[in-house]
Design a protein around this ligand. Structure first.
Ligand SMILES: [Zn+2]
Length: 415
């Protein structure tokens, strides 16, 4: 068939015009964006890697790609605030450049996660290798809590070495690398004292950054009431907040009475941040269910992703979020705990929202109906009738994951 020359010229001009309008228009999805108080069906236009427009009806003909999101939820790209991604081949170094950590891009985009925060795998001595090997080579945005231990999570005696916990050097290093580092971490300390906690808080003060603590490897356990009320600052983070392990640490819910312990509300009023940090064995329904029933929601829902958690009860961030839905949290709160709140906790308020001009990190979900067994590491199972599934992830304005080909045209792989 022959086309008149004018028509062909128009087509070409139109193509050029389209290329200059929107890169992507997402049509008909239910947008949940807690920062901008949006919880309704809206369209989103993406241009030059940024959110260009969020409005009721954006013309898809002006876009290079149109995503049909009808019946789906559209949210800011998720932030997983507690992961271990300093993967390396030093076999005896555990999470620090070792095999206990995982490579971020293999786990993030398929679950709507566009930003991860590594929880202390690297200390100031080992951070340059982390930056070179992982942060600068990942499509996922990788931020970090810097371990108060200079060597980071190298395991065994390294993490008990008080001589390698220097708040001045750690705080100063965090400030110099504040493009990547958002806080200080303490974990795995088993001595019967709060000295490392105080050193990590001191580093946090110097850097003006929050401190995240994985508290309690001592037997008999140290007081979490003292931790919350005397040692941590408002804005510091208590991770593994719903853990119930056999020894070494206190819990926020009294296992005898299934009641939230009385000082917990005072701690929350003081501004202590509760992070799930689900992990291999760091979440139990016996803590989570009574807490949620009492209205104690975690501020942040995170996975503590590593080789010991990824194929166990935890699996991924969406499975973890689905458990909180099943325990009675509403969808809006679950999305807030994985977008707006973690962004605020790490003082990166440019993230976790769909504001015009923000980098276009977007997640699209299906809330699937069916029968789902959501169990914890103790074997306790909730039979849930809905579960979040990632349909699409957009990172910096590019479609990086599309489960069912809902983009038109479909993004072709070029790597
Ligand atoms: Zn962890």
């Amino acid at each position: 068939m022959k086309y008149p020359l004018l028509f062909v010229a128009c087509l070409m001009m139109n193509c050029q015009f389209q290329a200059q309008t929107y890169n992507i228009v997402i049509k008909g999805g239910h947008v949940i964006d807690p920062v901008n108080n949006i919880n309704e069906v809206m369209d989103i236009a993406v241009k030059d890697g940024k959110i260009f427009m969020v409005a009721k009806n954006i013309d898809g003909r002006d876009a290079m790609q149109v995503v049909n999101a009808e019946g789906l939820y559209v949210t800011p790209g998720l932030i997983d605030m507690h992961v271990h991604v300093f993967y390396g081949t030093f076999l005896d170094q555990q999470y620090m450049n070792g095999p206990s950590s995982v490579v971020p891009d293999g786990f993030t985009f398929r679950t709507g996660v566009t930003t991860v925060v590594d929880a202390g795998c690297a200390g100031w001595r080992t951070f340059p290798a982390f930056k070179r090997q992982i942060i600068d080579r990942s499509q996922t945005r990788v931020l970090a809590f810097l371990n108060i231990v200079g060597e980071g999570m190298r395991g065994g005696p390294f993490e008990q070495n008080l001589k390698d916990m220097d708040p001045n050097v750690t705080g100063g290093f965090a400030v110099k690398n504040s493009g990547d580092i958002v806080g200080i971490k303490l974990a795995h300390y088993s001595g019967h004292d709060c000295t490392p906690t105080d050193l990590a808080v001191e580093a946090g003060k110097l850097a003006d950054m929050p401190m995240m603590v994985d508290f309690g490897g001592s037997d008999p356990p140290l007081s979490i009431e003292d931790l919350f009320m005397k040692h941590l600052r408002p804005g510091d983070i208590f991770t593994h907040c719903f853990a119930q392990l056999s020894g070494g640490r206190e819990y926020i819910v009294d296992p005898q009475t299934a009641k939230v312990r009385p000082f917990v509300r005072a701690a929350l009023d003081r501004g202590i941040i509760f992070d799930v940090g689900y992990g291999g064995i760091s979440f139990a329904y016996s803590q989570g269910i009574p807490a949620i029933k009492s209205g104690i929601y975690p501020h942040v829902i995170s996975t503590d992703l590593h080789i010991g958690s990824m194929n166990g009860a935890m699996k991924d961030l969406l499975t973890t979020m689905s458990k909180f839905l099943a325990m009675g949290m509403d969808l809006q709160s679950v999305i807030k705990a994985t977008t707006m709140t973690p962004a605020r906790v790490i003082k990166r308020e440019e993230l976790g929202k769909l504001s015009v001009g923000s980098e276009a990190d977007i997640a699209i979900f299906n809330l699937r109906k069916g029968k789902f067994g959501l169990f914890d590491h103790t074997g306790f199972k909730i039979e849930a009738d809905r579960k979040l599934e990632c349909e699409m992830t957009i990172r910096a304005g590019k479609i990086v994951y599309d489960l069912n080909g809902i983009a038109n045209p479909i993004t072709l792989s070029r790597r």
